[in-house]
Design a protein around this ligand. Structure first.
Ligand code: UDP
Ligand code: GLC
Ligand code: MN
Length: 341
């Protein structure tokens, strides 16, 4: 086994039990990909005791921090994410000074390949934000803990505030040289692939998809809000998102695969005891209405199509689609004829 590096850590944050589901899967995905670094999580007092117990099975270091909130409702409204003022709590990561270098990862990220090479980078390294590529996205970044930097960041918050009400606006103001000064501090997009957005550039996803190392489920459609069908082992998006607008289902599926294989069994083991974590807020469904889809059924084909698995030579061939449309047209004509009679 590779030697554990004691003075470098991957760090995440969870201020409530919901985001802890994300953190549990993230930590497990780092372990599954053989990281040699420490895993640290910052939690606020709101995180329950049973959840902390679960976190301790994945993380080396659980650090309680005080919640920091921007309370900047006006800017958060522009972002349409009123809940993200609390992300100022991320700033506490600069206080983890027993580590010489760290990589921060949002709790809504999933690691697909080993990313220990991120520790070769210097502060402040991050990937472009797809919404505004001259800014970086603050879901994945390399930093060097320092009380001085922490204090300067707080000072910057007081003086300049945050233009998005969350940590990303503040950090982009503070590390404003990122866009132009040193290209080595631009992480490749494959280290912070925002899956719902890149979907709009599908050719690139097909060309480079294999090399994606970290998926970031930005926005309100977090994987733990999707429904997981325990009979079919498939996922579907929350009702208000619907097919087509959320994250690419194959990545959400990858998240759930880690959850089902490693996290759920551990939670169940603790179930019933004092340390019970309740699944109530997760959508695990196995009802008859969501019975397994017949292989080859229209629903199954639709699901595969939506995941980009198109059976060009078979059921999705031009002939089949043409046949289907003809059937529909003929059927409608027949209905109309029947109506006229
Ligand atoms: N976070 C948290 N509690 C919250 C909101 C956010 O702990 O109520 C943390 C969590 O680590 C999360 C990060 O802050 O991943 C940034 O928020 P989010 O990922 O929701 O922002 P997005 O990436 O969607 O813009
Ligand atoms: C961003 C980032 C997230 C950050 C939030 C608030 O979109 O993905 O990491 O916390 O906005 O600034
Ligand atoms: Mn995020």
């Amino acid at each position: 086994m590779a030697r554990r590096v004691e003075d470098q850590a991957f760090v995440t944050l969870a201020t409530n039990d919901q985001y802890c589901y994300g953190a549990l899967v993230l930590g497990q995905s780092l372990r599954d990909n053989g990281t040699t670094r420490q895993l640290a999580i910052m939690v606020t007092p709101q995180v329950s005791q049973p959840m902390r117990q679960q976190l301790s099975l994945v993380y080396d270091d659980i650090r309680q921090v005080d919640p920091l909130d921007s309370h900047d409702e006006a800017h958060l409204a522009l972002l349409t994410r009123p809940e993200l003022g609390i992300t100022f709590s991320k700033l506490h990561c600069w206080r983890l000074t027993q580590y010489s270098k760290c990589v921060f990862l949002d709790a809504d990220t999933l690691v697909l390949h080993n990313v220990d090479d991120l520790f070769d980078r210097e502060e402040f390294s991050a990937a472009p934000d797809v919404g505004w590529p001259d800014c970086f996205n603050s879901g994945v970044f390399v930093f060097k803990p320092s009380e001085d930097t922490y204090n300067s960041l707080l000072q910057c918050a007081v003086t300049h505030g945050s233009f998005d009400g969350g940590d990303q606006g503040l950090l982009n103001t503070f590390f404003s040289g990122w866009a132009t000064q040193d290209i080595r501090k631009h992480l490749p997009f494959i280290y912070n692939m925002t899956s719902n957005i890149s979907y709009t550039y599908k050719p690139a996803l097909l060309r480079f998809g294999e090399s994606i190392k970290i998926v970031h489920f930005i926005g309100t459609a977090k994987p733990w809000r999707y429904t997981y069908n325990t009979l079919t082992s498939t996922v579907s998006p929350p009702a208000e998102i619907g097919h087509g607008n959320g994250h690419q289902l194959s990545y959400v599926q990858a998240w759930w695969n880690v959850f089902m294989s490693s996290i759920k069994p551990r939670i169940e083991q603790a179930q019933g005891g004092e340390l019970a974590v309740h699944f109530d807020s997760l959508n695990l469904e196995s009802s008859v209405s969501s019975a397994p889809r017949e292989p080859g059924s229209p629903r199954t084909r639709q699901h595969a199509w939506e995941q980009g698995e198109v059976d060009y030579m078979g059921s999705d061939s031009f002939e089949k689609i043409h046949e289907h449309i003809q059937e529909k047209i003929n059927g409608e004509d027949k209905d109309k004829d029947d109506e006229k009679k």
